[in-house]
Design a binder for this molecule. Sequence first.
Ligand code: SF4
Length: 300
Amino acid sequence: MERYNTLSSYLKEKFGSKLLKLSIDGGFSCPNRKNGKSGCKFCSENGSGEFTTKRKSITEQLNAQIKFLKDKNVDKGYIAYFQSYTNTFLPIEQLRQMYYEAINFPSVKVLSIATRADCFNEEIYNLLAELNEKIEVWIELGLQSSNEKTRNNMNIGYSTETFENCVKKLKELNIKTIFHIIFGLPNENQKDFKNTIDYVNSQKPWGIKIHSLFIQNDCELYEDYLQNKFKVLTWNEYVDALIMAIENLDKEIIIHRLTGDGDKTKLIAPLWSKDKIKTIGEVGKILKQKNSYQGINYKS
Ligand code: SF4
């Protein structure tokens, strides 16, 4: 019995098999790292895209990723994933050229785009709607926390209103949204994590990605961490947060991930975050022991 609504189940049902995710670096930057802005405090030098292969065409990158990931042995189709920085932050014609190059690559079945809620305009919405007629489009939005104070402290730089307007518009266009959240941001506790999950339910995205805060030696939070201004979560605290999240999350929301992928060569803390399988295994074990499942505590 699957105790939570996983992406792999969705893909198998929709496409008949898992799809291989191919990360793309489209040469984007981020509006939050320009004009004197220093970016989100947890952001790495690579704009949170640690697994892309830069300075090549989209087609070359996709081919390189397939070669790199060949051991995964999933060749029934691909997710073209624009991951690094803010992937709607270029002039519309460049976006159009890159997105079309990605969806025209053989066996690409999904176009997935990570971006910020304040980096859209009517032209971009229209382009996404056009693409969504041809292929499944997913838009991943960084929420991180429902607490505006935390978001301000982390320099995330957009309001709840901006976020909600973007979600509303994407829903009107029938485009699938994925919220990205982080457990363990400075000054947050289990109550804040629960508030974030409640907020996610209220917005009802199609999917969610969760990971713990991890500190790399190339992010702004590294200095604060060295100065002991906050502590990262222990493994047990993070597992508790995940159990709470699953039990309180609307069962229709698809869980894309429960752990993060930092750059292991730059990771400072928490070192337990390197072992994703152990964390996911523990969550499965606890849910089974409790005979619990996604949404058991969710009240609409
Ligand atoms: S929005 Fe993304 S790319 Fe931009 S600073 Fe924040 S984490 Fe980095």
